[in-house]
Design a protein around this ligand. Sequence first.
Ligand code: UDP
Length: 237
Amino acid sequence: MKEKFLGVDVSNYTYAQLKENIMSDINERRKSFIVAINPEKILHAQKDADLLHLLNRATYQIPDGVGILVASKMTGGSIRERVTGIDMLLALCEQASLHAKSIFLYGAKPGVAEQAKDRLKSMYPDLQIAGVLDGYEKDKEKVKETINHAQPDILFVALGSPRQEYWIVDHMHELDVQVFQGVGGSFDVLSGKVKRAPDSFQKVGLEWLYRLIKEPWRIKRQIKLPTFLLKVWKDKK
Ligand code: UDP
């Protein structure tokens, strides 16, 4: 179940449907790959055919960003709920702890994945964390061996986008893992290094405003939203 915006697929599943599908993927040993889609990535993909192809190769393209919800409404689609990368990660950790599946955290600066692991352990005491590895290990074989040795069911990859997505498609077939998710700066947030917007901002869809106040340089990224919506509108006609 996908909707297309400027050539990029976006899944219209809710968290509940995603959780169910992904658990079946693990149980039936089907490899799957989750990528977070926002307007910035879609615009980027307009100028980069490899990126467009890469995003469309994912099993689940989650709608991370209010811009996607607006675009869906505008084109008569049914995406009404944001599914953010970090909330998807948390939802999968919850599922993993309920169904005795294991996870692995790969990426971010040395020490950060370890702190993210501690945080996840305090949230989900039964969660099996098969291992962690920072995102600056140069030895590619070592990365592969460490992950395969740990044999997690779910691998979260935090190398920044689109690097983590390229990494996933290049390695998913040689890794003994079922589910792969690119999670950007999520380990930094979990470790407490970077703060997420307060709930009040998130609930009313203003997380972007909070981030803009905290990190004013983001204006360069956020300014792209009207461009995106205009392009979707023109594409529709
Ligand atoms: N990162 C990494 N290895 C690298 C480059 C980046 O592990 O070679 C990590 C970086 O430490 C950070 C994450 O990738 O934790 C990128 O986060 P960012 O917020 O930039 O990603 P975005 O969500 O914007 O894609």
